[in-house]
Design a binder for this molecule. Structure first.
Ligand SMILES: Cc1cc2nc3c(=O)[nH]c(=O)nc-3n(C[C@H](O)[C@H](O)[C@H](O)COP(=O)(O)O)c2cc1C
Length: 207
């Protein structure tokens, strides 16, 4: 049995939040698929609303609070990521973008990411493709082919049904496939780790 962790990032601002609801359902679909394949799965939820002030402070000072550090480590140390944002002005919201602005630019290379979004109108579903997918492309993450957008009419009393349910399940399977293909994550990279052998460093000073 392989132990896996999935980070679930939700940038919804409302309480309760439809973005969080979608994030939870996507994470559950991926977890259930991995468990079905014999893995043990831990979900680490990062509710960005709770870290909003810390994110802004990090942008201003360059340093994360301990709570934000823990959230960043949960994301950068996960085997797979579920990242869901509400659509604001036809794009990700500012909180979602600002959080990923403080993630180390190398930390998500080759990391499987399932992207999702909620919005007031299904007409803006392609914001996932023109805004969210390119951002993770820049970070060189592996964004799954299926992205999941949920408009208000897609929910039936808080549960996903029909086409939305089918997309959630498909996206969950795709995330499980990508996670299964990789060795288990070893945790967040140490930003202060030596990238050069210490003896080599000493040697380069000789003479
Ligand atoms: C400032 C603002 C801008 C928004 N812009 C859009 C938009 O361009 N397209 C859209 O479909 N919904 C838009 N919405 C609606 C939100 O995306 C929608 O209500 C979302 O599901 C809220 O998520 P939550 O329940 O997690 O807070 C906007 C909402 C706000 C507050």
């Amino acid at each position: 049995m392989t132990r896996r962790t999935l980070a679930v990032v939700s940038a919804g601002l409302s309480q309760p939040s439809s973005t969080r609801l979608l994030a939870d359902q996507l994470a559950a679909a991926a977890r259930d698929e991995l468990v079905r394949r014999g893995d043990e799965v831990e979900l680490r939820v990062v509710e960005l609303r709770d870290r909003a002030h810390d994110v802004v402070n990090n942008l201003l000072t360059g340093f994360p609070s301990p709570e934000l550090r823990a959230a960043l480590d949960a994301v950068t140390g996960a085997d797979g990521i579920v990242a869901v944002t509400p659509i604001f002005n036809a794009s990700y919201n500012g909180l979602f973008k600002s959080f990923f602005d403080v993630v180390d630019a190398q930390a998500l290379v080759d990391r499987p990411v399932l992207i999702g979004a909620t919005g007031g109108t299904a007409r803006h579903s392609l914001a996932l493709e023109h805004a969210v997918r390119p951002m993770f492309g820049y970070l060189r993450a592996v964004v799954l082919p299926t992205s999941v957008f949920a408009a208000p009419e897609d929910w039936s009393g808080g549960t996903a049904e029909g086409a939305l349910r089918a997309r959630i399940d498909r996206a969950g399977r795709e995330l499980a496939d990508q996670v299964d293909r990789r060795p288990p994550a070893t945790g967040p990279a140490d930003p202060f780790a030596l990238t050069t052998d210490f003896a080599q460093l000493l040697g380069s000073r000789e003479g």
